[in-house]
Design a protein around this ligand. Structure first.
Ligand code: CP
Length: 316
């Protein structure tokens, strides 16, 4: 297995099965620290820099919480407008990263441009973790999700994963790449204008991901072990909450998961959603036996603890 020490985590393309298993094992090892709401000194002398050019609740704060639990320190920005990249100078990623590498030992970056963390990694002498890059990928989220499936169901192998949502989204890309390393089926459900791009499907074919495409949640819900959700309504970031028209976030019923829909699902099936949600996943599902998105959110801290200890070399 390739070493994680000093490694950039940019994509799940090319991630090997034993590397997933290794991270799951490390996550199990550090999990009691999070569960006990304790801190350790595993990363006592390390600093994580967050470079978030795009809004985030979970990804940034889960990484920060992970670093704090491990005794490390955190600095960074969550609004590029407060940096010289967001003002008149429009400072480049190259120049910004040449600064950030003096301020810490690992950089976690979210950016609206696909490939921005890859560009950062070219110039940084410290590891760069992709916290979501435009339509590109969201590797730490999908590592969290596969870890959650492993914890809740024993294994990702043998599972039928019904992935509902906008399949142009970064999370769906990382999921498709990751599943090439498991004996699992990806069942794709998306509105026509949010279908996976042909070049992405070609990559899945090449990598050997087992997938099929369906048109309605009812076509696959009975066989699904995991219902994996993303929104199908993309927010208009130019509008404030108050200006959003009332009918803006209406998810068509064929892509919606409700308590009624879940009555047709296997009793053992689980629902994951990386959140935030709109009306594709109704709150009434929170009260069913299937909901696991809060556990998923908790595992987001645990998996980031595993990643940070690994790339910062605590286990070598
Ligand atoms: N799931 C996820 O990436 O959430 P945030 O946008 O809040 O980080």
């Amino acid at each position: 297995m390739r070493s994680f020490a000093g490694r950039d985590i940019l994509s799940l393309k090319g991630f090997e099965r034993n590397e997933f298993m290794h991270l799951f094992e490390i996550a199990d090892r550090v999990e009691p620290i999070a569960r006990g709401r304790q801190t350790s000194d595993l990363l006592a002398h390390k600093i994580m820099v967050t470079a978030f050019y795009q809004p985030s609740t979970r990804t940034r704060l889960a990484h920060e919480s992970a670093m704090n639990r491990l005794g490390g320190r955190v600095n960074g920005f969550s609004d590029a407008k407060m940096t010289r990249a967001g003002d008149f100078y429009q400072e480049s990623i190259k120049d910004t990263v040449h600064m950030l590498e003096f301020y810490g030992d690992v950089i976690v970056m979210r950016h609206f441009q696909q490939g921005a963390p890859h560009e950062a990694a070219k110039w940084a002498s410290i590891p760069v973790i992709n916290g979501g890059d435009g339509w590109g990928e969201h590797p730490t989220q999908v590592l969290t999700d596969l870890y959650t499936i492993t914890k809740e169901m024993g294994s990702v192998d043998g599972k039928s994963i019904l992935a509902i949502g906008d399949h142009r989204m970064r999370t769906m890309h990382s999921l498709g790449y990751a599943l090439s390393q498991f004996d699992a089926e990806m069942v794709i459900l998306a509105p026509e204008d949010m279908s996976p791009l042909p070049e992405f499907l070609a990559e899945l074919d090449e990598m050997g991901t087992n997938y099929r495409i369906v048109d309605h949640v009812n076509d696959a819900i009975e066989d699904a072990d995991v219902i994996y959700m993303e929104p199908v309504v993309q927010p208009d970031y130019t509008l404030s909450r108050d200006d959003v028209p009332e009918d803006y976030s209406m998810t068509p019923p064929e892509y919606q998961v409700t308590a009624e829909v879940m009555k047709k699902a296997k009793s053992s099936s689980i629902v994951l959603h990386s959140l935030p949600r709109m009306d594709e996943l109704l709150e009434e599902v929170d009260h069913t036996r299937h909901a696991r998105y809060w556990e998923e959110a908790y595992n987001g801290v645990v998996m980031r603890m595993a990643l940070l200890t690994s790339v910062l070399g605590s286990w070598e």
